[in-house]
Design a protein around this ligand. Structure first.
Ligand SMILES: NC(=O)c1ccc[n+]([C@@H]2O[C@H](COP(=O)([O-])OP(=O)(O)OC[C@H]3O[C@@H](n4cnc5c(N)ncnc54)[C@H](OP(=O)(O)O)[C@@H]3O)[C@@H](O)[C@H]2O)c1
Length: 276
């Protein structure tokens, strides 16, 4: 017998919830199985109009029906949001999926009470174009079926990877969570350098954007690791070799290493502050 698709509840109808819902509906999930609540009526109306999901201004109405509850409000709002729903969550025991940055599953479990099933995730902004990358961590007590449900929801907006230790999500935050900004920074610098070399700004931007897209697709579609792809486009005595030598002389790889370590340390610090 085919298993019924679970009823999904979203608390928060902002950017990330909107991206996930768009991905799920595009994947063929029936929008009548999606319930969303938010304090912002305009955000709810927008989602209802775009995807025909059911909307509510009271979080409790969503908590009362959801089999899977996706917490998609800012981390600072979570304590209030959970406090009002906690009795219902303890009684109904839905799978809880948190996308809130930095909020540990221990803190969420403490606020909810009764040892809830929680999957904590760290998505990134390209989820908005269904090209995201999400790290997932399952707390003790999450069943295989619940893991697979959580994975299928996040896969609607891109790649998913599981981590065994919750603290590894700080590394995911440093790499893919903050990562889109690193690529934007490189694109920005390449655009400026192209302008300095005589290109029109619009042309330099288009070339930098398309090159980033092309390199990303090649890296994903090729069997070769990035190092080998780089070797293949670096002819001895050629132009790329000159540029790479300058990057290396400027300490590019150690700089990236330091940048990610700083991001991971900040993620840990923010997590501790949120839990206090
Ligand atoms: N955006 C990202 O790149 C990204 C990446 C990884 C993780 N995340 C996480 O995803 C979560 C959502 O981020 P977002 O960018 O989607 O935020 P967002 O666009 O601000 O959406 C949050 C929504 O929640 C609403 N809200 C506030 N208080 C509420 C309450 N008590 N009950 C119900 N709804 C309430 C907000 O309404 P108002 O606008 O009226 O306050 C807003 O519509 C955050 O926890 C963030 O850490 C985001």
């Amino acid at each position: 017998m085919q298993q019924e698709y679970p009823r999904l509840g979203f608390i928060g109808a902002g950017n990330m919830a909107g991206s996930l819902i768009a991905g799920l509906v595009a994947d063929g999930v029936d929008p009548t199985l999606i319930e969303v609540s938010d304090v912002n009526k305009a955000a709810l109306d927008n989602l209802k109009e775009r995807h025909r999901v059911s909307t509510h201004e009271d979080n409790l109405q969503v908590a009362a029906v959801a089999d899977v509850l996706i917490l998609a409000v800012k981390p600072q709002r979570l304590k209030t949001v959970i406090s009002e729903m906690a009795p219902s969550l303890r009684a109904r025991r839905p799978l809880i999926i948190s996308i809130a940055a930095g909020m540990t599953s221990d803190t969420l479990a403490r606020w909810i009470g009764g040892n809830p099933a929680i999957v904590r995730t760290m998505p990134n902004t390209p989820a908005m174009v269904q090209c995201g990358a999400t790290g997932l961590f399952a707390r003790v007590g999450v069943t295989d079926q619940q893991r697979s449900t959580a994975e299928s929801i996040l896969r609607a907006v891109g790649l998913t990877v599981w981590v065994d230790q919750e603290m590894t999500l700080d590394a995911v935050t440093a790499l893919s969570g903050s990562g889109p900004a690193y690529f934007f920074l490189l694109m920005e610098a390449m655009e400026d350098a192209g302008v300095a070399l005589g290109l029109e700004r619009h042309t330099a931007r288009l070339l930098a954007q398309q090159t980033a897209l092309g390199a990303g697709r090649m890296a994903i579609e090729s069997e070769d690791p990035p190092k080998e792809l780089r070797r293949k486009v670096t002819s001895p005595g050629g132009t790329t070799e000159q540029a790479i030598a300058r990057f290396e002389a400027g300490g590019f790889a150690p700089l990236v290493d330091q940048a990610l370590k700083a991001a991971a340390a900040r993620a840990k610090e923010l997590s501790q502050q949120l839990g206090d």
